[in-house]
Design a protein around this ligand. Structure first.
Ligand SMILES: *[C@@H]1O[C@H](CO)[C@@H](O)[C@H](O)[C@H]1NC(C)=O
Ligand SMILES: *[C@@H]1O[C@H](CO)[C@@H](O)[C@H](O)[C@H]1NC(C)=O
Ligand SMILES: *[C@@H]1O[C@H](CO)[C@@H](O)[C@H](O)[C@H]1NC(C)=O
Length: 443
């Protein structure tokens, strides 16, 4: 009989006499990196709850939890064992992150977004005795590990851009470069959102997070195509950027901008582009502010559901046939990756993508298009393990109204879509931007 068996016998005879040991590896990681959680020294067949707790930059508490039962050796191994209940079920190594949600009694309509990418997202992982649903803060955990989740890898530089009226932030990977680059644009929420660009730079691309719509109380900036072309030039001519290896990536309304530039601009000629949860349907050849105004004429098609959530998905339906109401995607000459969620309640991205495919088929450039379409995923397809947000507070650009916007998606399939699409986005960018690059410049 070996000594370990002896120990477990003693533990079961005297429940919890030996301290359980909680291990989370790595405790300091990139946000898109998996961790491994193991609890040892529990009594055999002991019910425990694994719990994650995060205090956001807005001072809201977010939590997730899963129910486990230790094996005959008193061990729980999260990469192998199934959660039998809680905020996620099944074998889900990262469920404690992607199923994070505001603790009961929190403000309504929250969305978790990192503003300061120079500090990590701190998540406490704890193990509690028994299967608990609430009252975590009043009970003592058996053990807690503080973990850090970073958007910015060591050595990545963050540089604010003040050049030629461009509002944005540049992230530069460590090393001499020059590197391929990505121009990164978010959607109609506006403001300067840096975390995805920080993560792209952590994967070897110079990335520019570009602000093009006002945030919060500001009115929409009066930006035109020239603004994006200037931003692109600032990025392309940066000494650490390979001028002929620049991609454009946009989410939601950022996709409208990306497609417009790729189809019509003489200045922005990206090597490839990535379009997440967006559409080609919007008036073309107009300044952004007019585009938004024309689109808002059809806001009567917006709905409010039984939960008082605003649903925009019908606003651009049926997909117009008028050529001046959609980007002529047949003109696009670079490889393009489209990522959509089939339960997108905010924008008709599924119908738009079908129309884009048909237009490209007719124009003879369909071979440039790759589509990733995810069942039961919503509009906000973010980097991996970002908590799924089905609806959240949103301030509309056209009339600065605060609404609860329905984004859609079911938590588990949405989390899968985020993990799978991010990996494929990175592979797509690596393939098209790093291809045939002299080895010295590669990471
Ligand atoms: C996480 O744990 C640390 C160390 O025990 C503690 O100081 C901190 O307040 C905890 N964070 C939260 C959000 O409870
Ligand atoms: C328990 O530990 C023994 C001895 O190390 C090992 O052979 C057995 O596979 C373990 N059981 C489980 C369920 O991991
Ligand atoms: C608005 O809706 C009408 C009717 O469906 C459609 O003909 C028109 O193209 C839409 N306009 C815009 C800007 O989407």
């Amino acid at each position: 009989m070996n000594v370990f068996a002896d120990v477990s016998l003693r533990v079961s005879a005297n429940s919890m006499a030996v301290c359980p040991v909680l291990s989370v590896q790595p405790t300091r990681a990139m946000v898109d990196e998996k961790f491994q959680i193991v609890v040892r020294n529990l009594p055999p067949k002991q019910e425990v709850t694994l719990h994650s707790l995060h205090r956001s930059e807005d001072k809201d508490y977010w939590e997730a939890f899963g129910y486990y039962i230790s094996d005959e050796n008193g061990t729980v191994t999260v990469v192998e064992d199934a959660s039998r209940g809680g905020t996620y079920v099944g074998v889900e190594p990262m469920g404690l992150l992607w199923s994070l949600r505001p603790v009961p009694g929190s403000r309504h309509g929250l969305r978790l977004r990192k503003r300061d990418v120079l500090s990590p997202m701190v998540v406490n992982i704890s193990v509690y005795k028994g299967h608990m649903t609430q009252g975590f803060s009043e009970k003592d955990a058996l053990a807690t590990v503080v973990t850090e989740r970073w958007y910015l890898a060591p050595g990545v530089q963050r540089v604010e851009i003040g050049k030629r009226g461009v509002k944005g932030t540049l992230f530069i990977p460590p090393g001499p470069g020059p590197f391929p680059a990505v121009l990164d644009m978010w959607g109609g929420g506006g403001g300067l959102v840096e975390y995805r660009a920080a993560l792209l730079a952590s994967h070897g691309f110079v990335a520019m997070a570009l602000q093009y719509l006002g945030a919060d109380e500001e009115w929409t900036s009066d930006v035109e195509t020239g603004y994006f072309e200037t931003a692109y030039k600032v990025l392309q001519t940066h000494p650490q950027v390979c001028a002929d290896r620049v991609a454009v990536l946009g989410l939601s309304f950022g996709t409208s901008v990306t497609l417009t530039l790729a189809a019509y601009s003489k200045v922005v000629q990206p090597r490839c582009c990535v379009c997440i949860s967006g559409s080609h349907v919007h008036p073309v050849n107009k300044p952004l502010i007019e585009v938004l105004q024309v689109m808002m004429q059809n806001m009567t098609k917006a709905r409010i559901d039984e939960n008082n959530h605003v649903v925009w998905r019908d606003v651009i339906l049926p997909i117009p046939t008028e050529p001046d109401l959609k980007v002529d995607v047949g003109r696009i000459k670079c490889p393009m990756l489209i990522v959509i969620g089939q339960d997108d309640q905010n924008w008709a991205t599924v119908e738009s993508t079908e129309d884009i495919e048909q237009m490209m088929e007719r124009a003879g450039n369909r071979h440039l298009l790759t589509v990733l379409s995810y069942p039961d995923a919503g509009h906000l397809i973010e980097p991996p393990y970002t908590p799924h947000i089905r609806f959240s507070n949103f301030i509309t650009q056209h009339n600065r109204e605060k609404v609860l916007m329905l984004w859609g998606g079911q938590t588990k399939p949405h989390a899968h879509a985020q993990e799978d699409s991010w990996e494929k986005i990175l592979l797509f960018l690596q393939k098209h931007l790093y291809q045939d690059l002299p080895p010295a410049a590669k990471l």
